[in-house]
Ligand binder design. Structure first.
Ligand SMILES: Nc1ncnc2c1ncn2[C@@H]1O[C@H](COP(=O)(O)OP(=O)(O)OP(=O)(O)O)[C@@H](O)[C@H]1O
Ligand SMILES: [Mg+2]
Length: 201
């Protein structure tokens, strides 16, 4: 009932810097700039070698054509799209969040920052399992505060959505967030961890 299975997947995404196409169960990301290609390829490779869960699965590459092969997530709609179209059951949101948070934490322990962490870069499969994708702005770096800040925003996007309310959480930098005129305090890292732990009970 709460599955995202009915959402339509994008069949192809393209912009000036890269193209995504699909061939059977493989998603191919062709990136124009060599440096960007190498960065995403190396990060994905490392995360997969370390068995990171809830990350798109790296399947190989073509260094001549600058193509990264990944397992296609089905239907592969973005979490942003899903959140704009439907309201999840609370238990589904908890599950999704727990997986996303664990995956991001794992990435960080491996010394990788995502660099563009947001609902649009999380793909959902038919069983509501999230997969973090799009590491082309990532880096081998321990400077992960921006990822954590974005994770907090995502957390609030996921849990502040009420039935029938498709309002999008505004992306701004202040620590004080307002929603329908109501001020909401953005949690610090430890507060967030505690909050999540409580949520999981
Ligand atoms: N492994 C995959 N399985 C299914 N779909 C994928 C996969 N990888 C990418 N896509 C599709 O391609 C889109 C863009 O991928 P990605 O986020 O890696 O590139 P991007 O740099 O953000 O491109 P854009 O600027 O178009 O969002 C995703 O939102 C998704 O629809
Ligand atoms: Mg993206």
């Amino acid at each position: 009932m709460y599955s995202i299975v009915n959402c339509k997947a994008n069949t192809m995404a393209t912009n000036s810097t890269h193209t995504i196409t699909f061939d059977g169960d493989i998603a191919l990301k062709r990136i124009k700039r060599k440096q960007t290609y190498l960065r995403e390829r190396d990060i994905l490779k490392k995360l997969n070698e370390h068995g990171c869960q809830n990350i798109v699965e790296y399947r190989g590459c073509d260094d001549v054509k600058n193509v990264i092969y990944m397992t296609k997530v089905n239907p592969g709609v973005t979490l942003e799209y899903v959140m704009s179209k439907q309201v999840f059951h609370l238990y589904t949101r908890r599950d999704i969040w727990a997986q996303i948070w664990a995956a991001l934490s794992h990435i960080h322990t491996l010394g990788v920052k995502h660099g563009d962490f947001k609902a649009k870069n999380i793909l959902m499969d038919e069983d509501d399992i999230p997969y973090i994708c799009d590491f082309d702005l990532g880096a081998f770096s321990s400077q992960v505060s921006d990822d954590c800040h974005k994770a907090k925003i995502l957390y609030y996007q996921l849990f502040c959505i009420r039935d029938g309310d498709t309002h999008h959480w505004p992306y701004h930098n202040s620590d004080k967030k307002y929603r329908n005129g109501e001020q909401i305090h953005m949690l610090t890292g430890p507060e967030l961890a505690k909050d999540i732990a409580n949520l999981m009970v």
